[in-house]
Design a protein around this ligand. Structure first.
Ligand SMILES: [Zn+2]
Length: 131
């Protein structure tokens, strides 16, 4: 049972994953709490850079979330330097629009993606072609 679920997940393409979460890039918000944490500790970005060994520019990218690719090594350096225990203290990732992963064809009951469901008016491709 567990193995099947894993196999299923491994077969998913990026498009499937996008369909599952039903979200575009703009629906996903990455919120950084780094500035608030620094303020609460009375620490500047420059100070954090010196203490963590990261570049000031890197710290600033984490404050403003100007980079979409997050280096996990840098995240750990920041967490260790600030004494953070949970990643959620540093970042929040919000998927604004949530839609069901899959729907079922209203004619034959076969499983279809939400995108297909919307495009074909509630039926699968083969049922759609029957009309
Ligand atoms: Zn169908």
């Amino acid at each position: 049972m567990k193995k099947n679920a894993t196999e299923f997940l491994h077969k998913l393409t990026n498009e499937d994953v996008t369909n599952m979460i039903g979200a575009n890039a703009e629906d996903i918000q990455i919120i950084s709490h780094l500035n608030e944490i620094l303020e609460s500790k009375g620490m500047t970005q420059k100070e954090l850079a010196l203490r963590s060994g990261l570049r000031h520019a890197t710290i600033n990218e984490f404050v403003n979330m100007t980079k979409k690719n997050i280096n996990i090594g840098h995240v750990i350096q920041i967490m260790l330097t600030l004494g953070l225990k949970e990643l959620s203290e540093l970042f929040e990732i919000k998927v604004e629009k949530q839609v069901p992963a899959f729907k079922f064809c209203s004619d034959c009951g076969v499983k279809i993606t939400y995108k297909q469901y919307l495009n074909a008016g509630g039926v699968c491709e083969s049922c759609k072609s029957k009309y």
